[in-house]
Design a protein around this ligand. Structure first.
Ligand code: SF4
Length: 372
Protein backbone atom coordinates (compact mmCIF):
# COMPACT_ATOMS: atom_id res chain seq x y z
CA UNK A 1 0.00 0.00 0.00
CA UNK A 2 1.43 3.42 -0.87
CA UNK A 3 1.81 6.05 1.81
CA UNK A 4 -0.63 8.38 0.03
CA UNK A 5 -3.20 5.59 -0.13
CA UNK A 6 -2.83 4.50 3.46
CA UNK A 7 -3.63 8.02 4.63
CA UNK A 8 -6.96 8.00 2.85
CA UNK A 9 -9.10 6.42 5.53
CA UNK A 10 -7.96 9.00 8.12
CA UNK A 11 -8.97 12.00 5.99
CA UNK A 12 -12.38 13.54 6.95
CA UNK A 13 -15.13 13.28 4.37
CA UNK A 14 -16.01 16.63 2.75
CA UNK A 15 -18.96 15.87 0.57
CA UNK A 16 -21.80 13.36 0.37
CA UNK A 17 -22.81 14.02 -3.23
CA UNK A 18 -21.15 14.45 -6.62
CA UNK A 19 -17.79 13.31 -8.00
CA UNK A 20 -15.94 14.34 -4.84
CA UNK A 21 -17.87 11.84 -2.73
CA UNK A 22 -17.53 9.18 -5.41
CA UNK A 23 -13.78 9.71 -5.41
CA UNK A 24 -13.61 9.55 -1.62
CA UNK A 25 -15.50 6.25 -1.58
CA UNK A 26 -13.21 4.92 -4.30
CA UNK A 27 -9.99 5.98 -2.56
CA UNK A 28 -11.11 4.54 0.79
CA UNK A 29 -11.81 1.24 -0.94
CA UNK A 30 -8.45 1.38 -2.77
CA UNK A 31 -6.55 2.06 0.46
CA UNK A 32 -7.90 -1.21 1.87
CA UNK A 33 -8.09 -3.47 -1.15
CA UNK A 34 -5.38 -2.61 -3.68
CA UNK A 35 -3.09 -5.44 -4.71
CA UNK A 36 0.58 -4.98 -3.71
CA UNK A 37 1.95 -4.81 -7.26
CA UNK A 38 5.66 -4.03 -7.79
CA UNK A 39 5.06 -0.93 -9.95
CA UNK A 40 3.02 0.54 -7.09
CA UNK A 41 6.14 0.65 -4.93
CA UNK A 42 7.87 3.25 -7.10
CA UNK A 43 7.52 6.81 -8.38
CA UNK A 44 10.18 6.31 -11.05
CA UNK A 45 8.51 7.52 -14.28
CA UNK A 46 10.61 5.14 -16.39
CA UNK A 47 9.54 2.08 -14.36
CA UNK A 48 5.90 3.20 -14.40
CA UNK A 49 6.06 3.73 -18.17
CA UNK A 50 7.46 0.21 -18.64
CA UNK A 51 4.70 -1.30 -16.47
CA UNK A 52 1.96 0.60 -18.31
CA UNK A 53 3.19 -0.54 -21.72
CA UNK A 54 3.51 -4.15 -20.54
CA UNK A 55 0.03 -4.09 -19.01
CA UNK A 56 -1.56 -3.11 -22.31
CA UNK A 57 -3.06 -6.38 -23.64
CA UNK A 58 -1.36 -8.55 -20.98
CA UNK A 59 -2.61 -9.86 -17.62
CA UNK A 60 -1.08 -8.53 -14.39
CA UNK A 61 0.03 -12.02 -13.27
CA UNK A 62 2.07 -12.44 -16.46
CA UNK A 63 3.54 -8.95 -16.37
CA UNK A 64 5.02 -9.11 -12.85
CA UNK A 65 7.98 -11.37 -13.73
CA UNK A 66 8.63 -9.61 -17.03
CA UNK A 67 8.59 -6.20 -15.33
CA UNK A 68 11.09 -7.26 -12.68
CA UNK A 69 13.42 -8.94 -15.16
CA UNK A 70 13.18 -5.95 -17.52
CA UNK A 71 14.23 -3.52 -14.80
CA UNK A 72 17.15 -5.75 -13.87
CA UNK A 73 18.26 -5.81 -17.50
CA UNK A 74 17.40 -2.18 -18.38
CA UNK A 75 17.27 -0.33 -15.02
CA UNK A 76 17.16 3.18 -16.51
CA UNK A 77 15.86 4.87 -19.62
CA UNK A 78 19.51 5.39 -20.65
CA UNK A 79 20.30 1.68 -20.42
CA UNK A 80 17.24 0.88 -22.54
CA UNK A 81 18.17 3.53 -25.11
CA UNK A 82 21.62 1.93 -25.50
CA UNK A 83 20.21 -1.59 -25.99
CA UNK A 84 19.96 -3.26 -29.39
CA UNK A 85 16.60 -4.21 -30.84
CA UNK A 86 17.61 -7.89 -30.53
CA UNK A 87 18.25 -7.45 -26.79
CA UNK A 88 14.92 -5.70 -26.30
CA UNK A 89 12.97 -8.31 -28.24
CA UNK A 90 14.72 -11.07 -26.31
CA UNK A 91 13.67 -9.48 -22.99
CA UNK A 92 10.11 -9.16 -24.31
CA UNK A 93 10.05 -12.72 -25.66
CA UNK A 94 6.78 -14.45 -24.73
CA UNK A 95 4.82 -11.27 -23.82
CA UNK A 96 3.42 -10.96 -27.34
CA UNK A 97 2.46 -7.80 -29.24
CA UNK A 98 6.15 -7.15 -29.91
CA UNK A 99 5.51 -3.72 -31.43
CA UNK A 100 5.19 -2.56 -27.80
CA UNK A 101 8.84 -3.49 -27.15
CA UNK A 102 10.01 -1.68 -30.26
CA UNK A 103 7.97 1.39 -29.27
CA UNK A 104 9.55 1.38 -25.79
CA UNK A 105 13.00 1.30 -27.36
CA UNK A 106 12.15 4.08 -29.80
CA UNK A 107 10.59 6.10 -26.98
CA UNK A 108 13.64 5.61 -24.72
CA UNK A 109 15.99 6.82 -27.45
CA UNK A 110 13.79 9.88 -28.01
CA UNK A 111 13.63 10.64 -24.27
CA UNK A 112 17.41 10.44 -23.86
CA UNK A 113 17.99 12.54 -26.98
CA UNK A 114 15.42 15.23 -26.14
CA UNK A 115 15.29 15.19 -22.35
CA UNK A 116 18.58 13.72 -21.12
CA UNK A 117 18.21 11.95 -17.79
CA UNK A 118 15.19 14.08 -16.68
CA UNK A 119 11.97 12.51 -17.86
CA UNK A 120 9.19 15.02 -18.61
CA UNK A 121 6.60 15.82 -15.97
CA UNK A 122 3.66 16.87 -18.16
CA UNK A 123 1.25 14.81 -20.27
CA UNK A 124 1.77 17.11 -23.27
CA UNK A 125 5.53 16.46 -23.27
CA UNK A 126 4.94 12.70 -23.03
CA UNK A 127 2.55 12.86 -25.97
CA UNK A 128 5.56 13.84 -28.12
CA UNK A 129 7.30 10.55 -27.25
CA UNK A 130 6.96 8.04 -30.12
CA UNK A 131 4.36 5.41 -29.30
CA UNK A 132 2.91 7.24 -26.27
CA UNK A 133 -0.79 8.07 -26.35
CA UNK A 134 -3.12 9.90 -24.00
CA UNK A 135 -3.59 6.91 -21.68
CA UNK A 136 0.13 6.29 -21.11
CA UNK A 137 0.91 10.01 -20.81
CA UNK A 138 -1.82 10.36 -18.15
CA UNK A 139 -0.81 7.24 -16.24
CA UNK A 140 2.92 8.06 -16.07
CA UNK A 141 2.57 11.72 -15.15
CA UNK A 142 -0.29 11.28 -12.65
CA UNK A 143 1.41 8.40 -10.81
CA UNK A 144 5.01 9.66 -10.95
CA UNK A 145 4.44 13.43 -10.64
CA UNK A 146 0.87 13.91 -9.41
CA UNK A 147 -0.25 15.55 -12.67
CA UNK A 148 -4.01 16.03 -12.85
CA UNK A 149 -4.32 13.89 -15.95
CA UNK A 150 -7.09 11.29 -16.33
CA UNK A 151 -6.72 7.79 -17.76
CA UNK A 152 -9.29 5.78 -19.67
CA UNK A 153 -8.44 2.15 -20.42
CA UNK A 154 -10.76 -0.84 -20.82
CA UNK A 155 -11.32 -1.14 -17.07
CA UNK A 156 -12.09 2.55 -16.58
CA UNK A 157 -14.39 2.51 -19.59
CA UNK A 158 -16.41 -0.37 -18.16
CA UNK A 159 -16.67 1.07 -14.64
CA UNK A 160 -17.79 4.51 -15.81
CA UNK A 161 -20.28 3.16 -18.35
CA UNK A 162 -21.88 1.13 -15.55
CA UNK A 163 -21.71 3.79 -12.85
CA UNK A 164 -23.62 6.23 -15.05
CA UNK A 165 -25.49 3.62 -17.18
CA UNK A 166 -24.11 5.16 -20.38
CA UNK A 167 -25.46 3.74 -23.65
CA UNK A 168 -23.48 3.72 -26.92
CA UNK A 169 -20.11 2.49 -28.11
CA UNK A 170 -17.47 3.72 -25.62
CA UNK A 171 -14.72 3.47 -28.24
CA UNK A 172 -16.37 6.06 -30.48
CA UNK A 173 -17.48 9.69 -30.24
CA UNK A 174 -19.39 11.10 -28.48
CA UNK A 175 -19.19 8.58 -25.63
CA UNK A 176 -15.38 8.15 -25.86
CA UNK A 177 -14.88 11.87 -25.21
CA UNK A 178 -17.48 11.88 -22.45
CA UNK A 179 -15.60 9.11 -20.60
CA UNK A 180 -12.39 11.18 -20.56
CA UNK A 181 -14.39 14.09 -19.17
CA UNK A 182 -15.97 11.92 -16.44
CA UNK A 183 -12.58 10.38 -15.54
CA UNK A 184 -11.12 13.86 -15.23
CA UNK A 185 -14.03 14.99 -13.01
CA UNK A 186 -13.11 12.25 -10.53
CA UNK A 187 -9.68 13.85 -10.01
CA UNK A 188 -11.40 16.48 -7.88
CA UNK A 189 -9.81 15.21 -4.66
CA UNK A 190 -6.95 12.97 -3.57
CA UNK A 191 -3.72 12.23 -5.42
CA UNK A 192 -4.50 11.91 -9.17
CA UNK A 193 -2.23 8.88 -9.48
CA UNK A 194 -4.12 7.10 -6.68
CA UNK A 195 -7.52 7.99 -8.17
CA UNK A 196 -6.48 6.70 -11.59
CA UNK A 197 -5.05 3.49 -10.18
CA UNK A 198 -8.08 2.99 -7.92
CA UNK A 199 -10.41 3.30 -10.88
CA UNK A 200 -8.42 0.76 -12.89
CA UNK A 201 -8.17 -1.54 -9.85
CA UNK A 202 -11.93 -1.42 -9.30
CA UNK A 203 -12.47 -2.46 -12.91
CA UNK A 204 -9.86 -5.22 -12.72
CA UNK A 205 -10.91 -6.80 -9.43
CA UNK A 206 -14.56 -5.87 -8.73
CA UNK A 207 -16.37 -4.44 -11.75
CA UNK A 208 -15.25 -7.28 -13.99
CA UNK A 209 -16.69 -7.84 -17.47
CA UNK A 210 -18.73 -10.87 -16.39
CA UNK A 211 -20.46 -11.18 -13.01
CA UNK A 212 -19.33 -7.89 -11.44
CA UNK A 213 -19.03 -8.14 -7.63
CA UNK A 214 -21.50 -5.37 -6.89
CA UNK A 215 -21.96 -6.62 -3.31
CA UNK A 216 -18.43 -5.47 -2.38
CA UNK A 217 -18.28 -2.39 -4.62
CA UNK A 218 -17.82 1.01 -2.96
CA UNK A 219 -20.13 2.53 -5.58
CA UNK A 220 -23.03 0.06 -5.36
CA UNK A 221 -25.37 2.63 -3.72
CA UNK A 222 -24.65 5.13 -6.52
CA UNK A 223 -24.31 2.86 -9.53
CA UNK A 224 -27.11 3.23 -12.06
CA UNK A 225 -26.39 -0.01 -13.89
CA UNK A 226 -26.52 -1.90 -10.58
CA UNK A 227 -29.77 -0.12 -9.67
CA UNK A 228 -31.20 -1.15 -13.04
CA UNK A 229 -30.28 -4.75 -12.25
CA UNK A 230 -28.33 -5.27 -15.47
CA UNK A 231 -24.72 -4.09 -15.03
CA UNK A 232 -23.43 -6.48 -17.69
CA UNK A 233 -25.42 -4.61 -20.31
CA UNK A 234 -22.67 -1.94 -20.16
CA UNK A 235 -20.43 -1.07 -21.88
CA UNK A 236 -22.15 -1.54 -25.24
CA UNK A 237 -19.09 -2.76 -27.11
CA UNK A 238 -19.33 -4.06 -30.68
CA UNK A 239 -19.05 -7.83 -30.91
CA UNK A 240 -15.47 -9.05 -31.29
CA UNK A 241 -14.69 -10.79 -34.57
CA UNK A 242 -14.21 -14.54 -34.14
CA UNK A 243 -10.56 -15.68 -34.08
CA UNK A 244 -9.23 -16.65 -37.50
CA UNK A 245 -7.62 -20.12 -37.66
CA UNK A 246 -4.26 -20.30 -39.46
CA UNK A 247 -2.24 -23.39 -40.30
CA UNK A 248 1.52 -23.04 -40.55
CA UNK A 249 4.45 -25.39 -40.95
CA UNK A 250 8.05 -24.87 -39.93
CA UNK A 251 11.29 -26.71 -40.55
CA UNK A 252 13.79 -27.50 -37.83
CA UNK A 253 16.82 -27.96 -40.07
CA UNK A 254 20.02 -29.10 -38.40
CA UNK A 255 23.56 -29.35 -39.67
CA UNK A 256 25.82 -30.92 -37.10
CA UNK A 257 25.08 -29.12 -33.82
CA UNK A 258 23.64 -26.07 -35.52
CA UNK A 259 20.11 -25.20 -36.50
CA UNK A 260 18.74 -22.88 -39.19
CA UNK A 261 16.68 -19.78 -38.37
CA UNK A 262 15.62 -16.87 -40.57
CA UNK A 263 15.03 -13.29 -39.47
CA UNK A 264 11.69 -11.68 -40.31
CA UNK A 265 11.84 -8.39 -42.19
CA UNK A 266 11.70 -5.23 -40.05
CA UNK A 267 8.37 -4.33 -41.69
CA UNK A 268 6.83 -7.83 -41.52
CA UNK A 269 3.19 -7.88 -40.42
CA UNK A 270 3.96 -10.54 -37.79
CA UNK A 271 7.05 -10.97 -35.59
CA UNK A 272 8.99 -8.16 -37.29
CA UNK A 273 12.80 -8.52 -36.83
CA UNK A 274 12.41 -11.74 -34.82
CA UNK A 275 14.09 -15.06 -35.61
CA UNK A 276 11.95 -18.01 -36.69
CA UNK A 277 12.52 -21.53 -37.89
CA UNK A 278 11.76 -21.32 -41.65
CA UNK A 279 7.98 -21.09 -41.68
CA UNK A 280 5.26 -21.20 -44.32
CA UNK A 281 1.53 -20.63 -44.18
CA UNK A 282 -0.38 -23.58 -45.66
CA UNK A 283 -3.99 -24.44 -46.44
CA UNK A 284 -3.71 -27.64 -44.38
CA UNK A 285 -1.17 -30.05 -42.94
CA UNK A 286 -1.24 -32.06 -46.18
CA UNK A 287 0.56 -29.20 -47.99
CA UNK A 288 3.22 -28.73 -45.33
CA UNK A 289 6.10 -30.88 -46.59
CA UNK A 290 5.77 -29.73 -50.19
CA UNK A 291 5.67 -26.05 -49.17
CA UNK A 292 8.61 -26.42 -46.77
CA UNK A 293 10.74 -28.24 -49.33
CA UNK A 294 10.14 -25.41 -51.80
CA UNK A 295 10.86 -22.72 -49.19
CA UNK A 296 14.06 -24.33 -47.93
CA UNK A 297 15.46 -24.97 -51.40
CA UNK A 298 14.30 -21.90 -53.36
CA UNK A 299 14.26 -19.21 -50.73
CA UNK A 300 17.00 -20.15 -48.31
CA UNK A 301 19.19 -22.31 -50.55
CA UNK A 302 19.31 -25.06 -47.93
CA UNK A 303 17.65 -28.22 -49.24
CA UNK A 304 16.98 -30.79 -46.53
CA UNK A 305 15.92 -34.38 -45.89
CA UNK A 306 12.85 -34.84 -43.69
CA UNK A 307 13.60 -36.82 -40.54
CA UNK A 308 10.05 -36.79 -39.20
CA UNK A 309 7.42 -34.78 -37.39
CA UNK A 310 8.75 -32.83 -34.44
CA UNK A 311 5.43 -31.73 -32.96
CA UNK A 312 2.31 -29.57 -33.21
CA UNK A 313 2.32 -26.23 -31.41
CA UNK A 314 -0.76 -24.06 -30.92
CA UNK A 315 -0.65 -20.39 -30.10
CA UNK A 316 -2.58 -17.16 -30.50
CA UNK A 317 -1.30 -14.02 -32.20
CA UNK A 318 -3.64 -11.01 -32.17
CA UNK A 319 -6.85 -12.32 -33.77
CA UNK A 320 -5.24 -15.46 -35.20
CA UNK A 321 -5.27 -18.95 -33.68
CA UNK A 322 -2.25 -20.64 -35.16
CA UNK A 323 -1.61 -24.37 -35.45
CA UNK A 324 2.07 -24.84 -36.24
CA UNK A 325 3.27 -28.21 -37.56
CA UNK A 326 7.00 -28.59 -36.98
CA UNK A 327 9.19 -31.07 -38.91
CA UNK A 328 12.78 -32.07 -38.27
CA UNK A 329 15.16 -31.93 -41.26
CA UNK A 330 18.80 -32.68 -41.87
CA UNK A 331 20.48 -30.21 -44.28
CA UNK A 332 21.85 -31.60 -47.54
CA UNK A 333 25.02 -30.06 -48.92
CA UNK A 334 27.11 -27.28 -47.39
CA UNK A 335 25.79 -24.16 -49.13
CA UNK A 336 25.56 -20.92 -47.14
CA UNK A 337 21.95 -19.98 -46.41
CA UNK A 338 20.31 -16.96 -48.09
CA UNK A 339 17.47 -14.51 -47.40
CA UNK A 340 18.38 -13.54 -43.84
CA UNK A 341 18.81 -17.14 -42.65
CA UNK A 342 21.83 -18.44 -40.75
CA UNK A 343 23.05 -21.30 -38.62
CA UNK A 344 22.95 -20.96 -34.84
CA UNK A 345 24.66 -23.01 -32.16
CA UNK A 346 22.64 -24.16 -29.11
CA UNK A 347 24.18 -21.47 -26.87
CA UNK A 348 23.45 -18.73 -29.44
CA UNK A 349 19.89 -20.00 -29.89
CA UNK A 350 19.17 -19.38 -26.20
CA UNK A 351 19.93 -15.68 -26.64
CA UNK A 352 17.75 -15.04 -29.70
CA UNK A 353 14.33 -13.35 -29.64
CA UNK A 354 11.85 -15.95 -30.85
CA UNK A 355 8.02 -15.82 -30.93
CA UNK A 356 6.44 -17.96 -28.19
CA UNK A 357 5.71 -21.07 -30.28
CA UNK A 358 9.18 -21.05 -31.86
CA UNK A 359 10.74 -20.60 -28.42
CA UNK A 360 8.86 -23.71 -27.24
CA UNK A 361 10.17 -25.63 -30.26
CA UNK A 362 13.70 -24.35 -29.64
CA UNK A 363 13.59 -25.29 -25.95
CA UNK A 364 12.29 -28.77 -26.76
CA UNK A 365 15.05 -29.21 -29.38
CA UNK A 366 17.71 -27.94 -26.95
CA UNK A 367 16.60 -30.29 -24.18
CA UNK A 368 16.40 -33.27 -26.58
CA UNK A 369 19.86 -32.39 -27.97
CA UNK A 370 21.26 -32.11 -24.43
CA UNK A 371 19.89 -35.51 -23.39
CA UNK A 372 20.96 -37.40 -26.56
S1 SF4 B 1 -21.98 -1.50 -8.46
FE1 SF4 B 1 -21.47 -3.22 -9.76
S2 SF4 B 1 -21.74 -2.50 -11.84
FE2 SF4 B 1 -21.69 -0.71 -10.54
S3 SF4 B 1 -19.55 -0.03 -10.58
FE3 SF4 B 1 -19.80 -1.38 -8.81
S4 SF4 B 1 -19.27 -3.46 -9.53
FE4 SF4 B 1 -19.61 -2.15 -11.32
Amino acid sequence: MTKASSNRSRRPRQSAVGPEHETELLLDWYAQHQRPLPWRQTKDPYAIWVSEVMLQQTQVATVIDYYQRWLERFPTVGSLARATEDDVLHAWQGLGYYSRARRLLEGARYLVREHGSELPRTPSAWLDVPGVGRYTAGAVTSIAFGAKAPVVDGNVMRVLCRLYALPGNPQKAPLAGELWRLAEALLVTGAPGDVNQALMELGATVCQPKAPKCGVCPWRARCRAHANGEPERYPELPERPKPTPLVMACALVSRGERVLLAQQAANAARWASMWLFPTVEVAGEGDALHALAHDLGERYGVPGRVLGKFGVFKHAVTRYRITLHAYAYRARGAQAPRAGARWWSPSELEKLALPAAHRRIANQWLSEAASS
